[in-house]
Design a protein around this ligand. Structure first.
Ligand code: GTQ
Ligand code: FE2
Length: 370
């Protein structure tokens, strides 16, 4: 092709200007940013240390009451790659919620689904559609889409837990609905009823992750089991370790005991145990994940950047980044992901990756209050 003449160039510029005036844009000028060879998440790999958020959560308990209107005392993880949006990754809400002794977070429901993973404290229960679910450190509690839920604190310590929600996905689909319950606390019909029904059922965990092959069933339902106790997770991880003593790590996915699929239609929950002195094989998957360190200490290398972590720290692993995890002492991690959506839509991919040279070390933000 010969270079355009001056007249041709002028005509072309006029053409682009005319397109813009009537809200049209030519694909050929944007295709490289649109149809990228591989996913290019805006969210960055990032880490929020417990030693930074804990004192701030305690300040929130002193300074800000939990009331109707505000509804929840929640500090949301803000990934700096997302232009100020209150999301831990492009598809995932992650947050720290704190409830002081004797406080109540009022009952409401919303279309985004949520999971809670307890960090510390005692005496709190979350009531989900009338079923009061007791919470202890390491437990997972589900509050599925449109289920009434409120949190009530007894005890003397208050509680800190991790919230994972699918808010960015439901937001992107323009499907957010919210409704306050007429009462501050909904009536409690029963205690730990779902747990009693499903306790001891075999289908509560799957080895590894569910994957994404054509045989993967769609997961459009929320698990009827609302509480997964850490003791059961620990038992499963220990059994896997015993079965394969040379493995660097053991991983399970929490599953719906009725269907064997992910716990929520939009969110998967995972537990990863990395053994002392060992490193997981580097790999990449489509979909975002947010990790919470339940016990232990070590570091992860994400796209060549080293993230040192310890108990209570939270970190985001964006889609298709290469991630590997190393434990100094045995480390147990909880994670949420958007895998059910990717699986259901045929978008789930997983690939091994090369061992990564560490090119930088992440320095967490500490602020002045630390
Ligand atoms: O506990 O109900 O982190 O409604 C965000 C929204 C927690 C909750 C969050 C919520 C909740
Ligand atoms: Fe809520």
């Amino acid at each position: 092709m010969t270079a355009p003449t001056e007249t041709e160039e002028k005509e072309l510029q006029e053409f682009y200007a005319d397109l813009d005036k009537v809200a049209l844009t030519p694909l050929w000028t944007i295709t490289k940013d649109l149809l990228t060879a591989t996913p290019r998440p805006k969210a960055k790999p990032w880490l929020w240390p417990a030693r930074t958020y804990r004192p701030l959560a305690q300040r929130a308990v002193r300074l800000v009451p939990v009331e109707r209107g505000g509804e929840r005392r929640v500090l949301s993880l803000v990934n700096p790659g997302l232009a100020g949006a209150p999301y831990a990754a492009g598809t995932l809400w992650g947050a720290v919620q704190c409830l002081g002794p004797g406080e109540t977070a009022p009952a409401h429901r919303h279309t985004p689904g949520a999971i809670r993973f307890v960090l510390e404290g005692e005496g709190v229960f979350t009531t989900v559609n009338g079923d009061a679910c007791d919470m202890y450190p390491g437990d997972l509690v589900l509050t599925p889409s449109w289920a009434w839920h409120d949190h009530q604190g007894g005890g003397e310590t208050g509680m800190l837990w991790f919230d994972g929600l699918d808010v960015p996905m439901v937001q992107a689909l323009d499907a957010i609905f919210f409704e306050p319950h007429p009462l501050d606390s909904q009536p409690v019909d029963d205690r730990n009823a779902s747990e009693r029904t499903y306790a001891g059922r075999p289908g509560r965990f799957a080895e590894g992750a569910l994957g994404g092959g054509p045989e993967t069933p769609l997961a459009p339902v929320s698990s009827p089991l609302l509480v997964y106790r850490w003791a059961d997770v620990d038992e499963r991880l220990s059994a896997l370790a015993e079965a394969d003593p040379d493995a660097a790590s053991a991983e399970i996915e929490y599953t719906n005991p009725e269907t064997g699929t992910a716990v929520l239609p939009t969110l998967s929950c995972h537990a990863l145990r990395v053994f002392a002195g060992r490193t997981t094989a580097p790999r990449r998957i489509t979909g975002n994940r947010v990790y919470v360190v339940h016990e232990g200490a070590g570091h992860s290398v994400i796209d060549g950047q080293r993230f040192d972590w310890e108990k209570g720290d939270m970190f985001a692993v964006p889609s298709w980044s290469v991630a590997e995890h190393h434990a100094d002492v045995r480390a147990d991690m909880f994670a949420i992901g958007d895998a059910p959506v990717l699986r259901a839509l045929g978008l789930y991919r997983e690939a091994p990756a090369e061992q990564q040279p560490v090119t930088s070390v992440f320095t967490p933000l500490t602020g002045d209050g630390a």
